[in-house]
Design a binder for this molecule. Structure first.
Ligand code: 6GU
Length: 240
């Protein structure tokens, strides 16, 4: 997969080259190109923003600069364009799974109040465009959101995670939160590991894990339980 990121703070994306993602880049599983938006300015000040039509606080990112940047980065291809914004629809694991099947993703990082809407409307005539948000809070810019979304996508790609079962078993893959996990020692600060996990009874262990997942989801994310497709919960699940 090829990933392009356009930003006025290219250094913000440096963590992409660390750890798991860095290894995936070194192994050629993903190619990441970070572009400085100011490359496509033409004035001495390299201005990327201007005051908003209609008045109000803050600045809006200029359409000419973004238009040229997207033309240059996207070329004749029509890659999926992702625009992180607190005004987007919520980004979820489903998006990560869907995007992980794409050959190319382009991320356009806005700062200030946002990007002139005509940039998004114009791009949408040539390529699929998605405006997505991380959650109900406001960040300074899209860069941290891109780090989050690229990590969520990249770990689903073949050969990126050490153990492919990790991606299959994590929270959300079955619509529930994952329950608690434990490792050695058997007792730590007087707290024992739950007996069932040391029983060797795999049916009982699966049942216990399922129950803890249901319990945790019920308390922390009742909205997830309500959204499960009909028939997902067994009669045994409902006893919990
Ligand atoms: Cl994607 N961008 C910004 N700037 N703030 C956010 C966000 C994105 N998601 C939540 N808050």
């Amino acid at each position: 997969m090829r990933i392009d990121v356009i930003t006025i703070f290219p250094d913000y994306l440096a963590p992409l080259r660390e750890a798991l993602l860095g290894k995936a880049i070194d192994r050629g599983r993903i190619q990441v190109d970070v572009h400085d938006l100011r490359t496509w300015t033409h004035d001495v000040h390299k201005a990327v923003d201007d005051s908003p039509y209609g008045g109000g606080p803050g600045m809006v990112m200029k359409p000419q600069v973004w238009g040229e940047a997207l033309d240059a980065v996207c070329g004749d291809e029509a890659p999926r364009l992702v625009v992180p914004t607190p005004a987007g629809r919520p980004f979820t694991q489903r998006d990560a799974v869907r995007w992980s099947a794409e050959p190319r993703l382009v991320f356009a990082c806005g700062r200030y109040e946002g990007i002139d809407q005509r940039v998004i409307d114009d791009a949408a005539e040539r390529m699929p465009v998605e405006e997505v948000s991380l959650g109900d809070y406001v960040l300074v810019g899209g860069e941290v959101a891109v780090l989050t979304m690229v990590e969520a996508v990249a770990r689903l790609l073949p050969g990126v995670l050490g153990n492919p079962l990790s991606a299959e078993q994590d929270s959300f893959s079955d619509g529930l939160l994952e329950g608690p996990c434990y490792t050695r020692p058997e007792v730590w600060r007087g707290r024992p590991v739950p007996d069932v996990l040391r029983s060797g009874n795999h049916a009982a262990i699966d049942r216990w894990r399922r129950d803890r997942a249901l319990e945790r989801t019920w308390y922390r994310r009742p909205d997830l339980l309500a959204a499960l497709p009909e028939g997902t919960l067994t009669a045994r699940d409902r006893e919990q």
